[in-house]
Design a binder for this molecule. Structure first.
Ligand code: ZN
Length: 154
């Protein structure tokens, strides 16, 4: 739907350059996937949408346009419905859908945090054993917490 998001918007380029500089290779706007995702990392089965906040109805948008309120409301509502459907279609095909918002990428300090988080997510997908924590297995020797020790607290 090229009318709702122009190609090569600035925030999208920021993400692409970041991914490229970290060694990720991707394809753009693959037409054969629901919603033509902005960035597709086929190797990790990840799609990334870089969404404009106004067009996709992000919650950061507090004010609606002064004129044609109903028109814009309906248009953005329909965009959101379509986004939702595209994302669930992609997920049912096994894709991980990542949505990045324009407002997360425009201001410098938020941009860095957003990109860092994206990188951490991709790292986890690449190295599934590097999970931040793991549930203990039956074989693990789980020490008794002091608060549970009846000699102390009984
Ligand atoms: Zn936003």
């Amino acid at each position: 739907m090229s009318s709702i998001k122009g190609k090569d918007t600035r925030p999208e380029i920021v993400v692409r350059q970041f991914l490229w500089s970290h060694g990720y290779r991707y394809r753009l706007h693959r037409k054969n996937l629901p919603g033509r995702p902005d960035i597709v990392i086929g190797r990790l089965k990840v799609v990334i949408f870089v969404n404009g906040c106004f067009w996709h109805g992000h919650r950061c948008q507090k004010r609606s346009p002064e004129t044609n309120k109903q028109y814009w409301h309906d248009k953005i509502y329909n965009n959101r419905i379509r986004d939702y459907k595209n994302h669930s279609d992609l997920e049912s095909q096994g894709w991980l859908v990542i949505v990045l918002w324009e407002c997360q990428l425009t201001r410098v300090h938020r941009r860095q945090a957003t990109l860092d988080q994206l990188l951490a997510t991709l790292h986890l997908l690449e190295h599934p054993t590097l999970r931040p924590y793991q549930l203990p297995t039956a074989d693990d020797d789980v020490p008794t917490l002091a608060a549970e020790d009846p000699e102390i607290y009984g």
